[in-house]
Design a protein. Structure first.
Length: 317
């Protein structure tokens, strides 16, 4: 029988700490809440007053056989500024500090080693100040704060960008190829779409009427983005999907270019422009991810294992 484990991380606003872990393979649940303080069953207002000793945090139930603690740690560091001892980005105060709350000695050992590795990497000039503390009672936050990024995605994305978190992550954590490298690797239309937000012609692109079974991945990073199971003919001349394959790899941003008000879709890892998402898609999701073929590469279902995407093979059984 599978033995699930708990991991508890404080990384500033808990809204932004759910999305990166949610929907990853092996992640069972991600709960927003409060921990580290002395007041039982605090409210959001209690914690924000910075008088309870609590941190905003997330508690993750995970399967270590699929998504080990070391991988959780790596993902945690990539969401925060570990050099800030007074909060995170625009959110200031003790409740927004960062911390790793370990649930056993093995987690403590792995957390200390991970922190030491980050120090030695010299990624940051300032000292790494994220604390490593024993886990204490965890109190789930109010229902309106749970999975906020799913419930109110437009406001969530505005907040994540406006707070400075998204920009910090792009500038400090994403490994990206240089423009010179990409110019050599990509075709002209792939480069213009992904790097300069161009739009390819409708009905004259690789995947607009493609019907093969498999997944579509980022042309630059190889990160999985969409599944053929969610692809449909929207009549627009571009590949359209009802939902993304892995929500935490997709970033949605408010776009006012060309005098329009739209939601742009970008790939987080590569920061590539993919297309736009509209609310005129079919039920039950109601979304239409209208994506440029030039931003995608198709991996057929019989090549998933061979190309390192074996976790998705069960989708096509």
């Amino acid at each position: 029988m599978t033995q699930y484990e708990l991991a508890t991380f404080a990384g500033g606003c808990f809204w932004c700490m759910v999305e990166p872990f949610d929907q990853q393979p092996g992640i069972i649940e991600v709960i927003s809440g409060y921990t580290g303080g002395f007041k039982d069953n605090p409210t959001y207002e209690d914690v924000c007053s910075n008088t309870t000793g609590h941190y905003e945090a997330v508690q993750i139930t995970f399967d270590p056989g699929i998504f080990p603690y070391q991988k959780l740690m790596k993902l945690f560091w990539q969401q925060i500024d570990p050099t800030d001892s007074e909060g995170q980005f625009n959110d200031r105060g003790s409740s927004y500090r960062t911390a790793i709350f370990y649930h056993n000695e093995e987690q403590r050992r792995l957390a200390e080693a991970s922190k030491e590795e980050l120090k030695k990497s010299n990624r940051f000039e300032k000292p790494i100040v994220t604390e490593i503390l024993p886990a204490k009672s965890f109190f789930p936050a109010e229902e309106k704060h749970q999975y906020y990024y799913r419930k109110i995605p437009f406001h969530y994305n505005l907040y994540k960008e406006g707070s400075g978190r998204a920009k910090f992550i792009r500038e400090n954590w994403k490994k990206r190829k240089s423009d010179e490298e990409l110019r050599k690797e990509l075709t002209p239309i792939q480069y213009e779409v992904t790097r300069h937000n161009a739009t390819e012609p409708p009905f004259q692109n690789e995947f607009w009427n493609h019907t093969g079974e498999g997944i579509y991945v980022d042309i630059i990073s190889g990160e999985p983005l969409f599944s053929s199971l969610d692809k449909y003919d929207a009549g627009c001349g571009w590949p359209s999907f009802t939902k993304s394959l892995r929500k935490n790899e997709i970033e949605e941003k408010f776009d006012t270019s060309h005098g329009l008000r739209r939601i742009e879709v970008r790939a987080k890892t590569s920061d590539s422009h993919l297309g736009h998402v509209f609310d005129d898609g079919p039920k039950p999701y109601g979304s239409r991810y209208c994506i440029n073929s030039a931003a995608l590469r198709f991996v057929p279902k019989d090549k998933l294992e061979e190309e390192g995407y074996g976790e998705f093979r069960n989708l096509f059984l």
